[in-house]
Structures are given as C-alpha cells and as structure tokens.
Write a protein that binds this ligand. Structure first.
Ligand code: GDP
Ligand code: MG
Length: 202
C-alpha cells in the first residue's frame, strides 16, 4: 500500500519531459547534433562526428537542461523516410529543423520539406527552431540567408514562436543557446497544455 501511494506521489511530482523532434534533410547533421547534446548534457559522451552513421530509424537523447528534462527524437531525413516524421508531430513540444547551411543547393528542397511539415495541424502552436548547421564551413549561409530561403518571416508573422540560429554540431558551438531558446519557448507556449489535454482525450 505504502509503495503504491509513494509511487502515485512520485508520479504527481515528476516533471513533465519536454519532447523535441529534430527533422531536416538527410546529411543536415541531425544525428551529429543529437550526439553532441549527449556529450554536452550527460555523463555519457555521444559519438564523435566521424563515427555517426546514416539514420534509418530513430535515435533518442534524454537529458536535463535548465532544470527541465528533455527528450530529443532524431528521425531519418532521406526522402523515402520523411513520411515517418508526422508520427511524432502530435506528441512533440517543439520542432527543430536542421539545415546544412553549407549546401545552398538544397535549400529549396529543405523549404519544401519544412512547408510540408508545418502544414500538418498536429504541429499547431509548436515553437520552431531552425538550426543552420555546419557554420564552421567556409561560405556557409548565414541565419538571415537561411531564413529568407525558407520563408521564415511569414511564420513569425502568423504567430508561431520561431528562431533561426547558427550552430556547428561537430564542435557544439551555438548548441547551448539553441537549447536555452527551446526550453524557454516551450514553457511559454500553449503546447504542453495542448498535449496534456489531447492525452486526456479532452
Ligand atoms: N563541417 C561540419 N560537418 C558536419 C557538422 N555536423 C555534421 N557534419 C557532417 O555531415 C554529415 C552528415 O551528418 P549526420 O549527422 O549523419 O546528418 P543527418 O543525416 O542529418 O543525421 C557527416 O559527415 C557529419 O560529419 C558540422 O557542424 N560541421
Ligand atoms: Mg541521421
């Protein structure tokens, strides 16, 4: 009886895990970012960039940042795998769209993939963080250039919390400010309440 009561008490006090879905085209650096998050925020270092393999299924990272427990989902970005992304839309608190800023030739394809994702009603109200990865590469597109190419201005006008930031997943540069933005904007958004209500069937 005591263990049942203490289990219930623990459940009620447990902080809600903030779920972040990381999507983007294949080779944008999503898995390298996930492994960097493990290295920065946990005691178990993630894989170095040169050990990361192409993703077919799903990779996960659990960690705590700014007092909040986070769960990040990294799903494969190859054209044939993008259909799986939508399975995670309903449950995620925020969306990270990772872009290879060094590959300007694929920005149009990235815009089409992002537009398609944001057209899904299950992502209603979810803060969007666009990460311009590979900032270490010479000639990489700046956040302003990526924002222009992806048409991000319109999203912010439509009321979605949105930010476009440069990172280098390989070294971790820019990753902590990105996580800070996510935690702050998830907490400010209606998303946790919306997901809670959906889970209760309200
Ligand atoms: N120069 C550079 N290369 C990166 C960076 N992040 C990832 N890469 C490389 O980009 C390629 C694709 O990375 P990966 O994480 O597998 O991309 P994913 O398909 O989006 O998961 C790999 O060769 C990585 O080493 C970065 O910040 N800088
Ligand atoms: Mg991957």
């Amino acid at each position: 009886m005591f263990s049942l009561l203490s289990g219930c008490f623990e459940f009620l006090l447990r902080k809600e895990e903030l779920k972040v879905l990381i999507i983007g085209l294949d080779r944008a650096g999503k898995t390298t970012l996930l492994e960097r998050l493990k290295t920065l925020y946990t005691d178990v270092p993630g894989l170095e960039a040169d050990k990361v393999l192409p993703t077919v299924g799903l990779n996960l990272a659990h960690f705590e940042a700014l007092g909040a427990p986070l769960l990040c989902w990294d799903v494969g970005g190859a054209a044939g795998l993008r259909g799986i992304w939508s399975k995670y839309y309903g449950e995620c608190h925020a969306l990270v769209f990772c872009v290879d800023a060094a590959d300007r030739g694929r920005l149009e394809e990235a815009k089409a993939a992002l537009d398609r994702a944001l057209g899904d009603r299950d992502l209603y109200g979810a803060p969007l963080l666009v990460l311009c990865n590979k900032h270490d590469c010479e000639g990489a597109a700046t956040p302003a250039e990526v924002a222009e190419a992806l048409g991000i201005g319109k999203l912010a006008d439509a009321g979605r919390a949105t930010s476009v930031q440069a990172i280098t997943a390989k070294t971790g540069e820019g990753v902590k400010p990105a996580v800070q933005w996510l935690v702050e904007h998830i907490k400010k958004s209606q998303r946790p309440e919306l997901i809670r209500r959906r889970m209760l069937g309200a």
